[in-house]
Ligand binder design. Sequence first.
Ligand code: PRP
Ligand code: URA
Length: 209
Amino acid sequence: MGKVYVFDHPLIQHKLTYIRDKNTGTKEFRELVDEVASLMAFEITRDLPLEEVEIETPVKLAKSKVLAGKKLGIVPILRAGLGMVDGILNLIPAAKVGHIGLYRDPATLKPVEYYVKLPSDLEEREFIVVDPMLATGGSAVEAINSLKKRGAKNIKFMCLIAAPEGVEVVKQAHPDVDIYIAALDEKLNDHGYIVPGLGDAGDRLYGTK
Ligand code: PRP
Ligand code: URA
């Protein structure tokens, strides 16, 4: 079964409080999501493989380590996942970025796929699927299905806020995928919104309604 990691770092928790606050405006909301995505990326990349290379410092020849293998793939679920990409790229500028477009049908709460564009060599690449919200889990499961269908084998899922119901759905559907969360909330309400959550992540990021 996939592992679930909740990042309780004080900086992440502090920023998350202002992300949740309904009085936080679009500009600040965007900046905070970007910062939390960076902090989470730092933790999530802890186990990236390294290889030794030889370099010449101004003093002598030395062996030192660099990241090994294919570049990491970041896959935001459009549209709210886009808000997390730059924060991750600040730390890993060479990462490839794929896009999966999904929206949640407001009546059925089921995800509808409308766009997929991914980097090549999916089999050899490690992917991090990102979306601020894991609510019913439908969008995350569908995005991971989409990646696996095209050959991806090594996938992590990262979000800001998750509902326990959604975490369970992803764990059951994709037991090989580890889930990284900044906060695990109480529950879903009757409209499939996370309680207490932060409201509609896409609308708050982009100032729509
Ligand atoms: C939100 C959110 C997730 C999804 C989570 O997107 O960004 O993708 O809902 O809900 P789920 O776990 O129940 O599937 P939304 O469908 O509102 O689309 P948007 O990002 O385009 O606003
Ligand atoms: N999508 C959001 O943007 N927020 C929620 O609480 C649930 C789904």
